[in-house]
Design a protein around this ligand. Structure first.
Ligand code: 13P
Ligand code: 13P
Ligand code: MG
Ligand code: MG
Length: 386
């Protein structure tokens, strides 16, 4: 039967896949030749017709691959391309004896999907609007629930996002897909009606995280976070996720500025130094994202592109050359010095607690602990209280 009517617009997919496959001098920065190798492999992906466009960047020791295509989420070819890029970058890292070479590659070979193989992924599919501003948040030395506080402010707090009050489409509210990363369960809850119930869950950052946010004004998926908990994937603790968050902005959605605003506030997130400490989010350029104080503080970067027929339109060059565009670097400027200074103040303050909570994480969340060994040694010396 022939179906007559408007053809459905093809959905574009933006996939961000990231991994730490080795870095120079501890957990600091991938070697430039690793980034170059990823670039070469993704460029080849464009030539093969798998990708429309791509951008390779990093935050701290994590390589982030931004990829655009029309193949949908969980596509084998796209995931394999990312796997091959990380595999080859890890090979370079091993040759140079870099630190943590191949750290996030948990599988021996690619088996159809990157999920569960170690790298983190955030993929978003939607009908491209006439103008589609996109922002890419990238964090190092922290976990997926680090985005819960800023995203709650952005999508539920009208004192952060005035658009929730004055933009008639944003005012319809947003649906949140929330994951219980320990029990591997998910649910969808609606704001503003269920805001306080949503916060009741998200406040437990050791267990709940936002995976996706959807518009209730028909604009589709608005935000997605990588929530692959490496420790549970591997069945043991092998590092914090250092998650990414991809968002669409403006026209019925939070504006670019509304997305950025929460990061002017100082917030503590879990995961720096041996994956076992709380520290304050430090907004900066990827160029300035080397963790240089106590392996941190946890970095947050934000890059912006326009989409243009499935390609990443940045500042240069003028024509759409895949892989060549430079993004806006939102946290590079001096207006963020204030937030950076406060992040250092807060991080120094919490460091003054040394190995005591709340400087260190709760016992179930510690990446390192000597407690079982200490208790074992003490077994014979432990006495009952009266
Ligand atoms: P312009 O008037 O400069 O387009 O800005 C609109 C806006 O919503 C900025 O947040
Ligand atoms: P990464 O998760 O960025 O590899 O850092 C690990 C760590 O423990 C740094 O102290
Ligand atoms: Mg590392
Ligand atoms: Mg890292």
């Amino acid at each position: 039967m022939e179906i007559v009517g408007e053809p459905m617009a093809e959905k574009v997919t933006v996939s961000v896949i990231k991994a730490d496959v080795g870095s120079v001098c501890g957990h600091t920065r991938p070697h430039p030749s690793m980034i170059k190798e990823c670039d070469r492999i993704l460029k080849d992906g464009v030539k093969q017709g798998i990708l429309q466009d791509y951008y390779v960047t990093r935050v701290g020791d994590d390589i982030n691959l931004f990829m655009t295509h029309y193949k949908g989420e969980d596509n084998r070819d796209v995931h394999e391309l990312a796997w091959n890029a990380f595999y080859e970058a890890a090979r370079i890292a091993r040759k140079m004896h870099l630190y943590g070479a191949g750290q996030d590659l948990l599988a021996d070979s690619f088996s159809g999907n990157i999920k569960g193989a170690g790298p983190g992924s955030a993929e978003i599919s939607f009908e491209e609007r006439k103008s589609e501003p996109m922002m890419f948040f990238m964090a190092d030395k922290t976990e997926p629930s680090a985005y819960s506080l800023p995203l709650s402010r952005i999508f539920m707090d009208p004192f952060t996002t005035t658009g929730l009050v004055i933009d008639v489409r944003a005012k319809k509210g947003f649906d949140f897909e929330i994951h219980d990363v320990m029990n591997r369960k998910k649910t969808v809850m609606s704001a503003p009606e269920e805001s306080w119930n949503i916060l009741s869950l998200l406040g437990d950052t050791s267990r709940y995280a936002i995976k996706r946010v959807f518009s209730r004004a028909g604009i589709g998926t608005v935000a997605v976070v990588s929530t692959d908990k490496l420790n549970f994937t591997a069945g043991r603790y092998v590092g914090k996720d250092d998650p990414v968050c991809v968002v669409r902005a403006q026209s019925g959605l939070p504006s670019v500025g509304e997305y950025l605003q929460p990061f002017m506030n100082t917030m503590l997130v879990a995961g720096w130094m041996r994956g076992s400490h709380y520290g304050a989010f430090f907004p900066c350029s990827p160029e300035r994202s080397d963790p240089t104080y106590f392996d941190g503080p946890p970095r947050i970067c934000c890059l912006g592109f326009q989409l243009c027929d499935g390609k990443l339109q940045g500042l240069e060059p003028a024509d759409p050359t895949p892989g060549m565009h430079k993004p806006i670097d939102y946290f590079a400027g001096s207006e963020w010095n204030f937030a950076r200074m406060n992040a250092i103040k807060a991080s120094r303050f919490i460091r003054s607690h040394g190995p005591f909570m709340p400087a260190i994480l709760g016992p179930e969340e510690m990446e390192y602990t000597s407690k079982p060994e200490v208790l074992k040694e003490l077994e014979k010396r432990l006495e009952d209280l009266d």
